[in-house]
Design a protein. Structure first.
Length: 268
């Protein structure tokens, strides 16, 4: 009797646990619908997590703008703060006024020397990369665009009028504009071209154009670094107070450093 009573007491708990497990197994998972095929041209359908992220970003920016507007409205135009006298604007550019005792002249020269060394290092790296790319690439288009002359001499005016450039060069008339890779007629007869499909040809053309773009950008960057290096060198020479101030011959531009003329001084 005691055993049967205990079993009857444990029975409801076992039934409840098994019912909960069955309810979890049979429970349907509700998912957000995907974008219908008819509206697939509109892109991905925004889910709740995407909306929450966008809404949180919008509300954070809104609170920031509200705080900034409140600060502007509560600002006293006659209020004094020390940054007024520790900074100035020259030619539309904001500059900080450093204290005279903050850095010694030796420290300033050392910092400028480090800057020059860093710029020179970056310029040398770009120059080495340009050299490697130029050795790896055949700059054919540049050779074809180069304007040069090829003079042919003839014996009489009649021969000059009847002169045929294609027959003289022994090539096809459509290949006369080429300055390189201009095969002869005898070579064209024995030449066998590989079969290349349009996709492969388009891919190779795209890779070549990307390589030329990268090379052009690296050349421009190397020129900019060289200009910066020259400007730093001129600035360092101008800070030498022992010499007489030089005469500026040409003003500096974004593509060139300023040109100064120093008085000749014979060194012992």
């Amino acid at each position: 009797m005691l055993i049967s009573i205990f079993q009857n007491e444990r029975l409801p708990n076992e039934i409840m646990s098994s019912w909960k497990k069955a309810a979890k197994v049979n429970q349907k998972t509700h998912r957000e619908r995907h974008q219908p095929e008819i509206r697939s041209h509109l892109g991905l359908l925004e889910k709740k997590k995407d909306y929450k992220a966008r809404a949180n970003d919008y509300n954070a920016k809104r609170r920031t703008l509200k705080t900034l507007k409140k600060k502007v409205l509560n600002k006293n135009p006659d209020e004094f703060y020390f940054h007024m006298i520790n900074s100035r604007i020259e030619d539309g550019v904001h500059h900080e006024i450093c204290e005279e005792d903050e850095h010694s002249p030796e420290q300033i020269k050392l910092m400028q020397t480090q800057d020059m060394k860093y710029v020179d290092l970056k310029r040398r790296v770009e120059a080495s990369k340009i050299e490697k790319m130029q050795s790896r690439m055949h700059i054919i288009d540049v050779a074809n665009e180069t304007s040069n002359k090829h003079i042919f001499f003839v014996d009489s005016k009649k021969e000059a009028k009847e002169f045929d450039l294609a027959s003289r060069l022994d090539t096809h008339p459509s290949l006369i504009s080429r300055r390189i890779n201009r095969p002869r007629l005898s070579d064209l007869k024995t030449l066998t071209l590989p079969s290349v499909d349009s996709k492969t040809l388009e891919k190779l053309t795209k890779e070549r154009s990307n390589a030329y773009k990268e090379l052009r950008k690296r050349v421009e960057r190397e020129k900019e670094l060289l200009t910066i290096q020259r400007k730093l060198e001129v600035k360092r020479h101008l800070q030498n107070k022992k010499e007489e101030p030089p005469i500026r011959v040409a003003k500096g531009t974004k593509d060139s450093a300023p040109i100064y003329k120093w008085n000749f001084e014979r060194k012992k």
